[in-house]
Design a protein around this ligand. Structure first.
Ligand code: AHR
Length: 506
């Protein structure tokens, strides 16, 4: 197959929103406990933070991390997680049928985030709680001192405010599975009033209203419309969530799921802008795609599925610890391309989740931590997508799929950092069998050298389902992509079948 991409220094989408490379830590399964936090682990520091996991988080390079949920937050009392650890209550977490010890809470997360060099994105509980508890939390976190909640924070050991800028007004409240789920009318009003009260405490914060839990929700579209009709003036972002998986061995359709992601994003933009126009608003509400990933929600009857684990109440059970293969990594690459292509409106995105729970990083209790296949596209794009997002004109051979008809065999995104002069090309070949001969026409961009070229593909002797596992942690990774050249203002490369590549040009 062949593909021709044209990029031009004058055709840009906007600046790369660095918050696009976010992640998510929920009190779910082993993301917190035995994931980022495991006192007593040989690699734990004095606070119980796993240094081996932290090192991998830094290498992955997320810019912002959402916390503490997820479905968990809709039944969570944030006060349980502050103050002397020995006094913190043990609670039943109904969302994941788990005993929450509260050994880890807000202070620990803020400390950990500092160590990991990530911004905190904090969610408030709008399932079982409301305006009062949310504004108390903003006062606790962000007010300097001299009031009840800010002084309590100081008493609990944090003299300086946490200064958390980014807040989620609840989680997936359109979902019947959500503790305290709501209609769009109920939620729209609650979000509006909660947002107002939180901004009265700290006007500098940015707020994310809950959008649809996925594109298949029966209320998708009308939910966003109703919620924003109430809360447009008070909020800054509306959320999107999406999880994808391969169904019945249909890899071709799975590899094309970014087509769905593109359409989902464009549908939400259309809805937001309809409310903006009808309400004669001048400000722009943007998108926070604060949960996305590959997640095998059906067809995987492994013992870490929530409905199987629900038999007994336990602390940090194994939950949805999906093992990701080569195909999943290529798909994750295309999701990041989709987010970048919409970087003029999608300003925040969080891969769900960070460790163990559908995550790029895995860890064993008392044991090692390692990188899953999906670690690589995230790490490279988070590192190299800088400067401006380039608008691509792609003329590609097609691959036929059951779900999406004919789609481009090559899926791509590109950025250009004017300061350093670096162009970063991110490239997926969706064909399972054929290499693709690629030409990238660099109109006006002046790059002449290939600084590096790497590819993730099926390793020798393996197949598309090969994955990194505890006993073989580096099976899937990046290797040099050979034969990439710049000739007469055009890049030429051959992308192996089923591959994701990153090419840097100077
Ligand atoms: O990320 C796992 C779960 O998926 C989150 O708790 C929830 O918000 C979503 O349904």
């Amino acid at each position: 197959t062949t593909a021709r991409i044209t990029i031009d220094r004058d055709f840009t989408i906007g600046d790369v929103p660095r918050r696009l490379f976010g992640s998510f830590v929920e009190h779910m399964g082993r993301c917190v406990y035995t994931g980022i936090y495991e006192p007593g682990h040989p690699q734990a520091d004095a606070r119980g933070f796993r240094k081996d996991v932290l090192a991998l988080v830094k290498e992955l390079g997320p810019t912002v991390v959402r916390y503490p949920g997820g479905n968990f937050v809709s039944g969570y009392l944030w006060e349980d997680g502050v103050g002397p650890v020995e006094k913190r209550p043990r609670r039943l977490d109904g969302a994941w049928h788990t005993i929450e010890t509260n050994a880890f809470g807000l202070h620990e997360f803020v400390e950990w985030a500092k160590e990991a060099d990530v911004e905190v994105m904090e969610a408030v509980n709008l399932g079982t709680r409301g305006v009062e508890e949310a504004r108390a939390l903003v006062e606790y976190a962000n007010h300097p001192s001299g009031t009840y909640w800010s002084d309590l924070r100081r008493q609990n050991g944090a003299a300086d405010p946490f200064d958390i800028k980014l807040w989620c007004l609840g989680n997936e409240l359109d979902g019947p599975w959500q503790i305290g789920g709501k209609t769009a009318q109920e939620y729209g009003r609650l979000a509006q009033e909660t947002a107002k009260a939180m901004k009265f405490v700290d006007p500098s914060i940015e707020l994310v209203a809950v959008g649809s839990s996925n594109r298949q929700m029966p209320t998708f579209g009308s939910w966003e419309h109703t919620v924003l009709t109430h809360a447009y003036d008070e909020v800054d972002y509306i959320s999107m969530h999406a999880y994808y998986q391969e169904h019945d061995g249909d890899a071709a359709s799975f590899l094309a799921e970014a087509v769905d992601m593109d359409a989902f994003i464009e549908g939400v933009i259309a809805t937001v802008d309809a409310v903006k126009a009808a309400g004669k608003h001048t400000k722009q509400v943007d998108i926070s795609f604060d949960e996305w990933n590959v997640w095998y929600q059906s067809g995987l009857e492994t013992e870490d599925q929530p409905h199987l684990v629900a038999a007994q109440w336990r602390e940090h059970p194994r939950l949805i610890e999906d093992t990701y293969n080569v195909t999943d990594a290529v798909v994750v690459g295309t999701f990041l391309h989709s987010l970048l292509r919409h970087g003029d409106r999608v300003k925040i995105a969080n891969q769900a989740q960070l460790v163990n729970v559908i995550a790029p990083i895995r860890s064993e209790e008392g044991g090692p931590a390692w990188r899953q296949s999906i670690f690589w596209p995230f790490a490279r794009i988070a590192q190299h997508a800088r400067g401006r997002i380039l608008r691509l004109a792609i003329d590609s051979s097609q691959v036929s799929t059951k779900r999406y008809g004919d789609v481009d065999v090559v899926d791509a995104a590109a950025t250009w950092d004017e300061e350093s002069g670096t162009i970063a090309l991110f490239l997926a070949n969706r064909s399972l069998t054929e290499a693709s001969d690629l030409t990238v026409d660099l109109r006006g961009l002046g790059a002449t050298t290939v600084r590096s070229a790497e590819v993730l593909t099926v390793p020798e002797g393996g197949d598309r389902l090969v994955a990194n596992v505890v006993d073989d942690q580096d099976r899937v990774g990046l290797t040099p992509l050979r034969g990439v050249d710049v000739v007469d203002g055009a890049v030429r490369a051959t992308l192996p079948p089923l591959s994701w590549s990153v090419v840097l040009l100077d």
